[in-house]
Design a protein. Structure first.
Ligand SMILES: [Zn+2]
Length: 339
């Protein structure tokens, strides 16, 4: 993703005044029911919400890194594509590829969106998505010689894919009531030069243009940079504009299950894979560690966006699990479709 340069909007969200449940210190288990006076948050249909496994989540990130950066037209990209397909074929009802060519600065890249469906009989569907490619050049790296190297993409890419693989696995084992799940792993999200917005999100643009899903999902949730051990997820501005009711539900559940990572503020806007979906009529929420974009974090360790330091040592299984827990709490609630 890249930064949207026109404005930043920092507002206190009204939702913080609507919270009824007890806050979670970070140790709460997703196997417990929310202690909330708001019955719309109670998972009444499922005896327990399945619990994401932090260690497995880190393994899922590590597995994607084993071949190196997943830059299109490289062997690592192809190996990871084959691995992702195999992972999903073991747990989804339908898996297929959406190949496309991306023309970027005079070069042609063979790219592939990876699509999976669970519970195809369900007409009311939710889209879970992330990008699986890695950025070809670490152009934000403080070391000049590193700027032509690819980004390892542990957080920028692999973290969101890991959360989706874990979610799909848990949903397969314990299907939520009356919710169909569609998954898209987008390719070619991260190939644009800074501020060249049209060269980002090429996979999601292709997907939105040739929409291969019918019926279309009611709304989407995008996971991008969701694995840092000190992650902070304010509400991304475009997400709030497009799907305020979903954002508010997710962040209320985030207060209960999000391990302190979900911040009750509307943050800045980013150009990311949710925008083509929103424009195509699928309101989509981006869960993203916003202050990483542009390397504006007060923590020096966290200034690794689009650098060679986007590596596994920044990743926390607990953060990944807390993101998965929040989404599961919505999917297993008695009103998983706030819009
Ligand atoms: Zn990126």
């Amino acid at each position: 993703m890249t930064k949207k340069w026109h404005a930043l909007f920092w507002l206190i969200a009204l939702v913080s005044t609507c919270l009824h449940g007890e806050g979670c210190s970070g140790s709460c288990s997703s196997a417990r029911s929310p202690q909330s006076a708001d019955t719309s948050l109670s998972p009444i249909h499922a005896p327990v919400i399945p619990a994401p496994d932090p260690e497995r989540l880190v393994q899922l990130v590590r597995a994607q890194l084993q071949w190196g950066p997943r830059v299109p037209n490289t062997a690592a990209h192809d190996s990871c594509r084959v691995w992702l397909l195999a992972q999903l074929r073991g747990i989804a009802d339908t898996v297929f590829e959406q190949p496309f060519r991306a023309n970027v600065y005079g070069r042609t890249y063979q790219c592939t969106n990876i699509i999976a469906r669970l519970f195809p009989e369900q007409p009311q569907r939710i889209l879970l998505c992330a990008h699986w490619d890695s950025r070809p050049y670490a152009d934000e790296d403080p070391v000049t010689e590193h700027r032509t190297r690819p980004v390892p993409g542990a957080n920028d890419g692999a973290s969101g894919v890991a959360v989706i693989l874990e979610l799909v696995s848990l949903l397969r084992q314990s299907p939520p009531p009356a919710v169909g799940i569609d998954v898209v792993l987008f390719d070619a999200e991260d190939m644009g030069a800074p501020s060249d917005e049209k060269m980002f999100c090429l996979g999601s643009k292709h997907f939105a243009t040739y929409m291969p899903l019918s019926p279309r999902p009611r709304y989407g949730i995008l996971f991008d940079m969701v694995g840092d051990r000190d992650a902070r997820f304010p509400m991304e501005y475009n997400s709030y504009q497009a799907a305020a009711s979903v954002v508010e539900r997710l962040w209320r559940l985030g207060k209960l299950y999000g391990g302190g990572h979900f911040i009750d503020q509307i943050g800045g806007s980013v150009v990311d894979d949710h925008l083509p979906l929103i424009e195509a009529g699928i309101p989509t929420v981006n869960i993203i560690d916003l202050e990483l974009v542009g390397n504006s974090s007060p923590s020096a360790r966290r200034r690794y966006w689009h650098t060679t330091k986007d590596t596994l040592d920044n990743i926390s299984g607990n953060t990944l699990a807390s993101v998965a827990r929040v989404v599961l709490a919505l999917l297993y609630s008695d009103t998983p479709f706030p819009l």
